[in-house]
Design a protein around this ligand. Structure first.
Ligand SMILES: Cc1cc2nc3c(=O)[nH]c(=O)nc-3n(C[C@H](O)[C@H](O)[C@H](O)COP(=O)(O)O)c2cc1C
Length: 314
């Protein structure tokens, strides 16, 4: 028998603190439709977990149209504004559907105050057995209350994380805004308050003019920029976070669309990555990235992704 038949397939397993995942590949919140994707590939076999669209306590319609702009070859702007049916609908309808795919579920939450976050966390508690982690979205640029403006304050971030952590045993990841001079004070505040991991980055503020109509394209005048052009910015922020907080679980997100992008984020210290905008364009991106990662490990003679994590840090 040849050696390749004898040697076991490499493992993609990773950990975000206490959370063990079979793969470092997750979706970015709000930029993935599990119901559609699950018809194309088995979520369980290609993804380490599924992150919900950010949930708000009650149903909300989001911002007025127009709220997306495609920016050919570099990405998109969105100002959707956390449209959704509310937390109760998610917990009673969407969560059981996700759980049926046997994939870890990360629940993303947003609220205007720490107290409102706590109310949402309390509502999650009876369903805690089906929730792998909470992702606190402290960084949405498209909502007035509890979005990126509030999330630019280390004090606000610390207060939300502290109060959430006091009310749940679920692991809590803090998703932070890059729309600040430095993300480090936000990260420090989240970690000192008990965050179990950091997710970086949310979208970067951007605008667009419809030159034919001579108006701003987005009803809110600005939105969040995502997609391939975001990658060097997101990678820089992850690098800075990994250097400042070497042992802190870090999930990298922003502009990832290729195997090399995934590898870059792992090599600067991320233990997992999230893929958003690119999967709109390429619905089979997750199976492709998984296969690519396995083939890369085999070529490199590696049995797991662990030696890659932070290997490029100076
Ligand atoms: C249409 C759209 C909706 C989004 N909705 C959310 C959301 O609900 N919660 C959140 O934390 N981030 C949201 N994001 C931001 C993504 O999760 C991610 O941080 C960002 O898009 C960068 O990753 P990408 O370049 O791979 O898309 C959204 C992004 C897009 C494009």
């Amino acid at each position: 028998m040849s050696t390749s038949i004898l040697s076991a397939a490499p493992s993609l397993a990773t950990a975000i603190g206490s959370v063990q995942l079979d793969s470092p590949l997750l979706n970015a919140s709000g930029a993935f439709w599990p119901e559609t994707s699950s018809q194309l590939f088995a979520l369980k076999s290609c993804m380490g977990g599924v992150v919900s669209k950010t949930l708000t306590q009650h149903a909300q319609a989001g911002n007025a149209q127009q709220r997306t702009v495609e920016l050919p070859s570099v990405g998109m702007l969105n100002s959707i504004g956390l449209q959704g049916k509310g937390l109760a609908h998610f917990l009673n309808v969407d969560l059981p559907a996700l759980v049926s795919h046997e994939v870890p579920v990360v629940v993303s939450l947003s609220a205007g105050t720490a107290e409102a976050f706590v109310a949402m966390v309390e509502a999650c508690q009876p369903h805690a057995a089906y929730i792998t982690a909470l992702e606190l979205n402290l960084s949405c640029p498209n909502v007035k209350a509890g979005g990126a403006d509030a999330g630019s304050s280390p004090e606000w971030v610390a207060n939300v994380v502290r109060q959430v952590k006091a009310n749940t045993h679920l692991p809590c990841w803090a998703k932070l805004t890059p729309n600040v001079t430095s993300m480090l004070p936000l990260a420090e505040a989240a970690l000192n308050a008990g965050a179990d991991g950091l997710v970086a980055i949310n979208t970067v503020l951007g605008s667009h003019v419809d030159v034919r109509r001579k108006t701003l394209s987005l009803s809110r005048t600005f939105g969040g920029y995502s997609g391939p052009g975001l990658k060097p910015i997101a990678l820089y922020q992850c690098l800075k976070l990994a250097q400042a907080f070497p042992n802190v679980p870090l999930v990298g997100v922003g502009g990832i669309s290729t195997l090399d992008d995934v590898l870059e984020f792992l090599m600067v210290g991320c233990s997992a990555v999230q893929v958003g905008t690119a999967s709109f364009k390429e619905p089979l991106l997750f199976p492709k990235l998984k296969q690519g990662l396995l083939a890369y490990l085999q070529q490199e003679g590696l049995s797991s992704i662990k030696p890659l994590i932070a290997c490029a840090l100076p």
